[in-house]
Design a protein. Structure first.
Length: 271
């Protein structure tokens, strides 16, 4: 069963299993539908760095936060630089990047918070969103894993920060891997597979790659992240089957749209 399910208004895909199990938890992923942005960002683009009008982006963020019963003042996001740095966010950083790119939390691709009045948000068009929760401690996280973040094993970096900052063990953490480009549509060259392979034993390679006749390789980034997270000690992992390129009607796809498009939002927090 697909773990990311439509909400009643079909504005967001929610990790329903988690939301049912953990009171007050709000977590999920937007699609490209239901917002105000014009083409090629139509219509629910929530990212400011892609060339869309700031006014439209802020209006989309307002719409989404209201729907989630948060305020835009709680919306907190990072710069996202395709790295593997993780920042633990407290209430004092609440609102960073909510209305301007310039004050987003710099140089980070992973955010974690144990404060209940913060809504963590990050942005995607093909890259893999990783959602984290330690339900007993009510600590949540979000990480942006494109191929570079995956090669930097950002999933394991998140697990380390849960331990360092909150003394939470891997067995207490659940992870959900969100909609993103699938192995079906993500063709890469050997250099990319090699970079990811540094983190993993060679024999795991066939679980996330498939050789094509043209010499290119199909890379399943979601699966590569799943294997990395398992090796970091995470046993509870949900994984979306949705491909952002196959379902370009529903999602923005950086590859399919040759780089000029909007971004979906991954969000997680307590309200
Ligand atoms: Zn696909």
């Amino acid at each position: 069963m697909e773990p990311f399910e439509w909400d009643r208004d079909r504005l967001t895909l929610r990790i329903s299993e988690w939301e049912r199990a953990v009171p007050g938890l709000v977590c999920g992923f937007t699609t490209r539908l239901g917002g105000l942005s014009a083409a090629p960002f139509d219509s629910m683009n929530c990212a400011m760095h892609v060339g869309d009008r700031d006014q439209a982006v802020i209006a989309n963020r307002e719409l989404l936060t209201q729907k989630l019963q948060f305020s835009i003042e709680q919306w907190t996001c990072a710069e996202q630089v395709h790295g593997n740095d993780v920042v633990v966010v407290t209430s004092t950083q609440r609102g960073k990047g909510n209305k301007a790119l310039a004050d987003a939390i710099p140089s980070a691709d992973g955010l974690i918070t144990g404060d209940s009045d913060v809504l963590l948000a990050s942005f995607y068009a093909d890259c893999v969103p990783l959602f984290f929760i330690a339900p007993s401690q009510r600590v949540v996280g979000i990480a942006h894993a494109g191929w570079k973040g995956t090669a930097g094993n950002i999933g394991a970096r998140m697990v380390e920060h849960f331990a360092q900052s909150f003394q939470i063990e891997p067995k207490e953490i659940r992870v959900a891997i969100g909609p993103s480009i699938g192995g079906c549509c993500y063709e890469v060259d050997g250099k990319v597979v090699e970079a990811i392979g540094v983190q993993l034993p060679k024999e795991t390679e066939p679980t996330y790659t498939k050789m094509k006749e043209n010499g290119k390789i199909q890379l399943d980034l979601k699966e590569a992240n799943r294997v990395l997270l398992e090796r970091a000690g995470i046993h509870s992992i949900l994984m979306s089957r949705l491909c952002s390129s196959c379902r370009n009607d529903l999602f923005y796809s950086y590859r399919k749209e040759a780089g000029r498009t909007g971004r979906m939002t991954a969000f997680i927090g307590f309200n």
